[in-house]
Design a protein around this ligand. Sequence first.
Ligand code: UDP
Ligand code: MG
Length: 308
Amino acid sequence: MLISLIIPAHNEATQIPHTLTKLQEVLDSNYEYEFIFIDDGSTDESWQILKACLEAEPRLKILKLSRNFGKEAALACGLDAISPDSQAAIILDCDLQFPPEYIKAMLEHWRAGYQIVAGRKSHRQKESWGAKIKAKFFYKIFDKLTGFELKNSSDFQLWDRAVIEAWYKLSERELFFRGFSQWLGFKRHDFEFTVADREHGQSSWNFFSLLKLSISAITSFSAKILLLIPLMAAVLWLFFLILGIQTLLHFFRGESATGFTTVILLQLMIGGATLLALSLLAVYIAKLFNEVKSRPRYIVSEFLRGDD
Ligand code: UDP
Ligand code: MG
């Protein structure tokens, strides 16, 4: 049985040989393997080093992206590149922060019938308090808006062929791997693992790339943010109503300056009408957003027939 290991690599020249050696050491001979490295637009020697590794390792497949597309795109490329007869794929970071020693247990769970075997970080890797707070904040929002619990989740996952086939049917361009791993469903086992320290190089993420990923993740799963407009409108209409009544009272008591009542009422009417129009648009755009993704309406995870 063939298992694909998908390893995205961005500027990992010093790390790649270690990672490959480690995999060769750790993986047992119960399965056949293919190692798929995706060079995500590295500016260092990563590609040359990958090419040099090809000679000694026939199970290696390497792909080079034309520029840095980001880890999510590299993962999508890796999933597209697995052999047609591959039965499962395992995602691994090139920096070995997802310890390959867990692969054996992941495969055992897969053989026991789980179609997604997903690693959750038992505690987060060494990072600043700021990064911890940002992650916490992001997961809270994502959870509230989409109903998927992403806390401590990671890309360290095994996907059965059936899950990969379902993934191929998704038609949108931005695919947030961890989010879809939950959205796709299937029989799932989560295990805890301890994130190893990065050996070589440094993390490729910065504040802006993380912010971009967070925005992309939330907006590809939820149109609820758009519905903040009608919510805001409702609050403002209440305020307009009170202000309108107060203005009229002043007018009838003869307490207001000439023309002032007209100006205030006009303002309130224009504001109210604009918000109403925006709210209607937001509701329709939210609907369009959900339709335009043309995601499959359902995913069949098992199909049995009497004559099988
Ligand atoms: N990576 C990638 N493209 C990018 C950024 C990162 O392919 O634009 C790869 C990187 O080489 C590594 C994995 O994604 O194999 C995780 O990245 P990193 O270690 O920088 O992230 P962190 O561990 O800090 O979350
Ligand atoms: Mg890392």
